[in-house]
Write a protein that binds this ligand. Structure first.
Ligand SMILES: [Zn+2]
Length: 393
C-alpha cells in the first residue's frame, strides 16, 4: 500500500467542524497551509503542512485550494443522441413540457450496449475533470423492461448510486394506456430493475401530459419501497404540485427541482430537514430560461438544500457543478459557503451517505484541487475550468 502526502494546500475545505485547528466560521472546517495523507483511497491524516508525517509519495499542489469532491446527486447520464435543435427552438420561444424525452428514448433504445458504455464513460471523465467524484445515474430513457434493465446494469459499472426511473414519462406506445404502463413499471419492470438499483424516482408533474400525477407517483414510490429501494422524487418543477408533500410524507431522501413551492411545502420541507433534502437544479432554469427556485428562502427557513446538475440531453446538458454553484450564488442568493456545502455535503445527505462530501480521517479520499488559492474562485470566476478530482494512487 502506498501512502501519498498531498501538500502545498493553500486552503483546505473539509466540511468537518471537528477537525483540529480549523476555522469553522462559515461551516466549512477550513485549514490554511494544510496537508492530507491518503492511503488506499482513504484519508489517513489531516493537518498543518509543517507537521505532515513522512509518506511514500508526495504530491505538492503548489498553493492550490482543495475541497471535498462534488457529489452530483441528480443526473440522467444514461442516454444516446442529443437535442440541440430542441434547445435552439426553446431559445426562440417554444416552451418545455417534457415531451422531448421521447426523442432521447428512441435514440437510447437504438444504441448498442457498447455505445451506451462508451458514452457514459466519456461523461464520467467529463465530470471528474470538473471536480465531481460521486454521481447518481438514473435510467428512464429505455422505458421497456429490457431497456431499463440494461441502463441500470451499465450504470452500475460506474456508480453505486443507480436510480430506477421507469416512471420518467409514459412512453408513446402507452399514450392511451397509462394504467397499463403504471402496472408494467410497478410490476415486471421494477422486479427486473430493483436488483440493479439503489433508488426509485418518479417525474411527478401533473402539468406535463407526459409525466405522472400525485396519485400515480405515490403508487410508483410505494412499489419501489416494497422492493427495497430508497425514494427520490422530481417535484414542483413546472408549476405548483403534489411532489414535495408526497416526498415528505413518504420520507424520500430527496425531492428535486422545488421551483414552485407553497408556504406549506416549505414548512413541510423544514420539518423534514433531517430526512428529506430539497435538491435544487439551477442549470435547468438557466438552460430553459425559467425562474429560479428561492434557494435563499429555503435555507433561511431551515430546509436542507443540495445542489446538483440534472445533466440530461433536454433541459440541461451541462455536467458542471462549478456552473451550478455559480448560478446558486448569483441567481438564488446562496452565500459562497452555502453553495459549496450544498454541492458537497448536501449532495451526500441527499444520497444518505456519510463517507463522502467531507474530508475527514477514515473517509473516502475524494479530493478536488482548484487552480486557485481559495474556493471563492469557484463563484468569482464562472466558466473558468479551475477544478479537477485529484487522481491519487
Ligand atoms: Zn431530473
Amino acid at each position: 500500500m502506498t501512502a501519498t502526502l498531498v501538500t502545498g494546500i493553500c486552503e483546505l475545505v473539509t466540511n468537518d467542524e471537528t477537525v483540529s485547528g480549523a476555522d469553522d466560521s462559515e461551516g466549512l472546517g477550513m485549514l490554511a497551509q494544510a496537508a492530507v495523507v491518503v492511503e488506499d483511497g482513504v484519508v489517513r491524516w489531516i493537518g498543518s503542512g509543517r507537521a505532515a508525517p513522512p509518506a511514500d509519495e508526495v504530491v505538492d499542489l503548489g498553493g492550490r485550494a482543495v475541497i471535498p469532491s462534488f457529489v452530483d446527486s441528480h443526473a440522467h447520464l444514461m442516454f444516446a443522441g442529443d437535442r440541440a435543435t430542441e434547445f435552439a427552438a426553446r431559445m426562440t420561444g417554444v416552451p418545455y413540457d417534457g415531451g422531448g424525452i421521447a426523442t432521447t428514448v428512441a435514440a437510447t433504445r437504438a444504441a448498442s450496449d457498447d455505445e451506451l458504455r462508451r458514452l457514459l464513460a466519456g461523461r464520467i471523465a467529463e465530470l471528474r475533470a470538473q471536480g465531481t467524484a460521486t454521481v447518481e445515474i438514473k435510467s428512464g430513457y429505455g422505458l421497456t423492461v429490457s431497456d431499463e434493465l440494461r441502463a441500470l446494469r451499465i450504470a452500475a459499472e460506474f456508480t453505486d448510486e443507480t436510480t430506477f426511473l421507469g416512471a420518467h414519462v409514459v412512453p408513446a406506445e402507452f399514450a392511451d394506456r397509462r394504467v397499463e404502463y403504471l402496472q408494467l413499471v410497478t410490476g415486471p419492470m421494477l422486479a427486473a430493475c430493483a436488483p440493479h438499483a439503489r433508488w426509485v424516482d418518479v417525474f411527478c408533474e401533473p402539468r406535463s401530459p407526459h409525466a405522472f400525477t400525485g396519485d400515480e407517483a405515490r403508487v410508483v414510490l410505494a412499489a419501489g419501497r416494497d422492493a427495497g429501494l430508497g425514494l427520490r422524487v422530481h417535484g414542483n418543477q413546472l408549476g405548483p404540485g403534489p411532489g414535495v408533500q408526497l416526498a415528505v410524507q413518504m420520507s424520500a431522501a430527496s425531492v428535486d427541482h422545488c421551483t414552485f413551492l407553497s408556504d406549506a411545502d416549505v414548512d413541510a420541507l423544514a420539518a423534514a430537514a433531517d430526512t428529506t433534502v430539497a435538491t435544487l437544479l439551477p442549470g435547468v432554469e438557466f438552460s430553459t430560461r425559467s425562474p429560479y427556485p428561492d434557494g435563499r428562502g429555503l435555507i433561511d427557513r431551515g430546509v436542507s438544500v443540495a445542489l446538483a446538475t440534472d445533466c440530461n440531453p433536454g433541459t440541461c446538458y451541462s455536467s458542471s457543478m462549478p456552473l451550478v454553484i455559480a448560478l446558486a450564488v448569483r441567481e438564488m442568493r446562496l452565500t459562497p459557503a452555502e453553495a459549496l456545502r450544498a454541492a458537497t455535503v448536501g449532495g451526500a445527505q441527499a444520497l444518505r451517505r456519510n463517507d463522502i462530501g467531507r474530508i475527514r480521517v477514515g473517509g473516502r479520499a475524494d479530493l478536488t484541487a482548484l487552480d486557485a488559492p481559495t474556493y471563492l474562485h469557484l463563484m468569482y470566476r464562472p466558466g473558468v475550468p479551475l477544478c479537477r478530482v485529484l487522481e491519487l494512487p
